[in-house]
Write a protein that binds this ligand. Structure first.
Ligand SMILES: *Cc1c(COP(=O)(O)O)cnc(C)c1O
Length: 503
């Protein structure tokens, strides 16, 4: 187990990724049948647009190109390979039934420009999903347009701004707890609000006294994640809503963590005015790699006039249609009607589970997180002792004494065959290890994960350097993550030396 460094097998060879370097003149992965039509003068047809010099396009055989792409796929990690405990991301299993349904001809080939008359099935999917989400959240109306959680936040705050503007009393500030997801303050700033930080109390919840002191007629809204990013349920949410409402403010709930609540409690019942959902988290549509996602926004009645155009309505003859005549709408926030393929998958998930299944899912997600918490309690520091919901946040306080930080432990997990948990977030926990197993994981996988985490803690005692330099089993070890994000090397360039280390 110690180093777990696989022998220098082919797939860890640095150059294996560079199909260009396998290129050999005359090699080909294709063969065309002899022409059975007259030859065309391509020069006459294309003129200057014709390219005769294909530059440095690689010439490779069929088996080489197949191996190239198959090999690339094995350098990746996926929920279909093992546990993906990335906290706050709800990397749950994407059920195959969702894919099956979304690929049905009539659904996959539906075009957004086809007339409503022949789109009734697609519109019915949108309507049924909207109704299900309203039942789950206890809210009054919903838009499915936003294409991600952060996009939902933007839409929600635009609605809040329109609401205050309509009262002739625009407000300046948005309150955000110090435990919030980074997208919350970014969104508030984008909409033109000043962000005011709200302190958490010793239990990791909103400090209600601090909120009371900070709340005034300048505050448009509080953006609150519930359960919050510590995985803790905001027990005083009713009181928080009352404090805001008493001074004319609105309560925005970041619903990205609804996996802990679905089927148990409804935000509409605890005073939330606007919220977004992440279909790509809670409702099992695939995510990662930049999308597509879906972040519907559900609201209370008083915000309905401002919802994005168009809104789906039921006509008196029972058919569905889009209503564009919404003079107070904030306008469109996305082309067409949103990411329709995600709606289909989310609805398939909801209907396949049914109310009892969804409730069971929530209970299992919370149970799994608490199983992890119990299993690692003595090994890693637990900064907040409040009850955990769907995720648990430890800190690296104990391991830091040996010079090993959360990032090192996360990297070492890769050697054990797991995707890392979330590091360094939430910001109020220095050296955070944020772990969200989701309901998808069987007990056997959770036990393997616990064993890996305990084993790493043991390694830190005996050989901290081993963990500090992990991962040892991957093709490349530690990358400059900032440079990888800011200056990605996305294509191969001939005679460039840097690609070898950065590809
Ligand atoms: C994931 C997440 C978001 C952002 O959602 P995206 O779809 O990634 O834009 C916002 N808030 C919380 C709490 C989240 O976990």
């Amino acid at each position: 187990m110690k180093h777990m460094t696989r022998k220098a097998t082919r797939h860890v060879n640095q150059n294996e990724g560079l199909i260009f370097e396998k290129s050999g003149s005359g090699k080909a992965a294709w063969k065309l049948a002899p022409l059975d039509v007259p030859e065309v003068d391509t020069q006459a047809l294309l003129g200057a647009a014709e390219r005769s010099d294909l530059g440095n396009m690689p010439e490779v055989s069929e088996i080489e190109i197949i191996r190239h792409f198959t090999r690339l796929s094995t350098w990746n990690y996926a929920i279909d390979l093992g546990m993906y405990p990335l906290g706050s991301c709800t990397m749950k299993y994407n059920p195959r039934v969702n894919e099956l349904v979304s690929r049905l001809d009539g659904i996959a080939n539906a075009h957004p420009y086809q007339p409503e008359k022949i789109s009734q099935g697609a519109l019915r999917i949108i309507k049924t999903l909207s109704d299900c989400l309203l039942e789950i959240t206890g809210m009054d109306a919903i838009t499915l347009q936003p294409a991600a959680g952060a996009h939902g936040e933007l839409t929600g705050l635009l609605l809040i701004r329109a609401y205050h503007d309509s009262k002739g009393a625009p407000r300046k500030k948005v309150l955000i707890p110090d435990s919030a997801h980074g997208t919350n303050p970014a969104t508030a700033a984008m909409v033109g609000y000043a962000v005011e930080n709200l302190k958490s109390n010793a239990n990791g919840m909103v400090d209600v006294a601090a909120l009371e002191a900070q709340m005034n007629e300048d505050v448009a809204a509080l953006m609150l994640t519930n359960p919050n990013t510590l995985g803790v349920f905001e027990q005083e949410i009713h009181k928080i809503a009352d404090i805001l409402h008493a001074k004319g403010g609105l309560l925005y709930m970041d619903g990205a963590n609804m996996n802990a609540l679905v089927g148990k409690v409804r935000p509409g019942d605890f005073g939330v005015d606007v919220m977004h959902l992440n279909l790509h988290k809670t409702f099992s549509t695939p995510h990662g790699g930049g999308g597509p996602g879906s972040g519907p926004v559900a609201i209370r009645k008083q915000l309905e006039p401002f919802l994005p155009r168009p809104m789906l309505i039921s006509k008196s003859d029972g058919t569905l249609a889009f209503d564009y005549d919404r003079p107070r709408s904030i306008g469109r926030v996305r082309s067409f009607y949103g990411n329709f393929g995600m709606f289909v998958r989310a609805l398939a998930y909801i209907l396949a589970n049914g109310p009892d299944g969804l409730r069971q899912t929530t209970e299992d997600a919370v149970l799994n997180a608490n199983y992890i918490r119990k299993g690692l309690e003595g090994t890693y520091d637990l900064p907040y002792s409040s009850a955990s919901m769907h995720e648990v946040v430890f800190s690296d306080k104990v391991q830091a004494k040996k010079g090993v930080r959360t990032m090192d432990i996360a990297k070492r997990l890769i050697d054990y065959g797991f995707h890392p948990y979330t590091t360094a977030f939430p910001l109020i926990v220095p050296g955070a290890l944020m772990i969200e197993p989701t309901e998808s994981e069987p007990k056997e996988e959770l036990d393997l994960f616990l064993e890996a985490m305990r084993s790493i803690a043991q390694e830190i005692e005996e050989d901290a350097e081993l963990v500090r330099t992990a991962p040892h089993s991957t093709r490349v070890s530690r990358l400059d993550e900032t440079a990888a994000a800011r200056k990605p090397v996305l294509r191969w360039k001939p005679n460039s030396e840097n690609h070898k280390s950065e590809v």
